[in-house]
Design a protein around this ligand. Structure first.
Ligand code: KG4
Ligand code: ZN
Length: 336
């Protein structure tokens, strides 16, 4: 079998990442330079700061990916890069670098949708996923439910009408002074609290569709938090637990309802919020009841990385589905 080694580059948000993946499966290196510590001081990602850090880091990150893989530049067969969706300035750093790198080495360029990369992280680690599968993609910028008919074939059946799940975690953590990124901080606080002591809405749970809305939940959480603080009754752990439970219940229930409706053979989670242990636990519990296997990437591959970008480009390489050197970056782009 021909060996295809693809360099993946990812700079859509606050991680400068490069990875080399062989045949869409074997991760030869996976380098992630996180800017979290820099953005923490601001309580969230500052786009212009992110772009500047990417510029400073990208050459070293890519070089390290080659060193870790034990390869020289000429050994790769193609350069894959995230060109949508994400912070435009941040994306442009990766896209420009990838174009120059591909041109200099005379290798083909492959443009990858970041959200598809998140889904593909599952295929990097699991080879027994049966189709159709229902996949919940939950990240800092997106919340979508998809029916996967194959590794490359999918249909969007629902999405958030306002905030993304990760965004809700981040914003709620911010007003609760739990720090950035909010998802892991709320998860940690929730472990010490109890859901149900306070009451937050399960938004859209009663709707017979697969759309989500988290903006109202965020506002309800903020109002409740302010009220509790005024009364001197605010418990950060119980509040974190109730918020997480309210968000997770809707995500999990709708995912499993979709699995039933579309006769899915498997259930998948993808994106940064798929790292959430409560989401994993509740979806597993519900999927077990239907006798369906649940798949999610390991923690390192849930949040932003370039292995998912390099891996997902493999089938595109085989089809010679290459991008031109005038490839652009796009801040907003649906998963389809
Ligand atoms: O996929 P990702 O790394 O970047 C985007 O594509 O947006 O996702 C980042 C999001 C952030 O909102 C972060 O708070 C959330 O994923 N996240 C979590 C957890 N780890 C990361 N949310 C809940 N629980 C976690 N353990
Ligand atoms: Zn992401």
């Amino acid at each position: 079998m021909q060996e295809v080694k693809i360099l993946g580059i990812e700079t859509s948000c606050d991680e400068t990442a490069a990875s080399i993946v062989k045949n869409g499966k074997d991760i030869m290196s996976n380098v992630v330079n996180s800017q979290i510590k820099i953005h923490q001081a601001f309580g969230g990602v500052v786009p212009e700061v992110a772009s500047r850090r990417h510029i400073e880091n990208i050459a070293l990150v890519v070089d390290t990916a080659f060193k870790e893989a034990g390869l020289s530049y000429e050994d790769i067969d193609a350069v894959a890069v995230t060109n949508r969706p994400g912070l435009i300035g941040a994306l442009l750093v990766g896209v420009s670098f990838a174009k120059g790198f591909a041109y200099g080495l005379n290798k083909p360029l492959i443009a990858v949708n970041h959200l598809y990369g998140h889904i593909y992280a599952n295929f990097l680690e699991h080879s027994d996923i049966r189709f159709p599968a229902v996949c919940l993609v939950v990240s800092g910028g997106h919340t979508s439910l998809l029916v996967m008919k194959g590794t490359e074939e999918y249909e969007l059946i629902g999405e958030t009408l306002d905030d993304a799940a990760g965004e809700a975690f981040d914003k709620v953590a911010r007003f609760m002074n739990l720090g950035y990124p909010g998802g892991p901080a709320i998860q940690k606080a929730a472990e010490k609290g109890q859901a149900g002591k306070y009451s937050l809405p399960r938004v859209f749970l009663d709707r017979d569709d697969f759309d989500f809305s988290f903006s109202g939940l965020k506002t309800a959480a903020m109002n409740l938090w302010n009220k509790l603080n005024r009364k001197g009754e605010a418990d950060v752990y119980d509040m974190a637990a109730e918020f997480q439970a309210a968000l997770v219940e809707v995500l999990a229930e709708k995912t499993v309802r979709a699995a039933k409706k579309y006769n899915a053979q498997s259930v998948m989670l993808a994106g940064g919020v798929a790292a959430n242990s409560e989401l994993r636990r509740v979806v597993k519990q519900k999927a077990d009841k239907l006798g369906l296997p649940l798949y999610y990437p390991s923690l390192k591959l849930c949040t932003d990385n370039a292995a998912m970008i390099a891996g997902s480009a493999y089938h595109r390489y085989l089809k010679q589905d290459f991008a031109p050197l005038n490839l652009n970056a796009y801040a907003t782009m649906s998963i389809l």
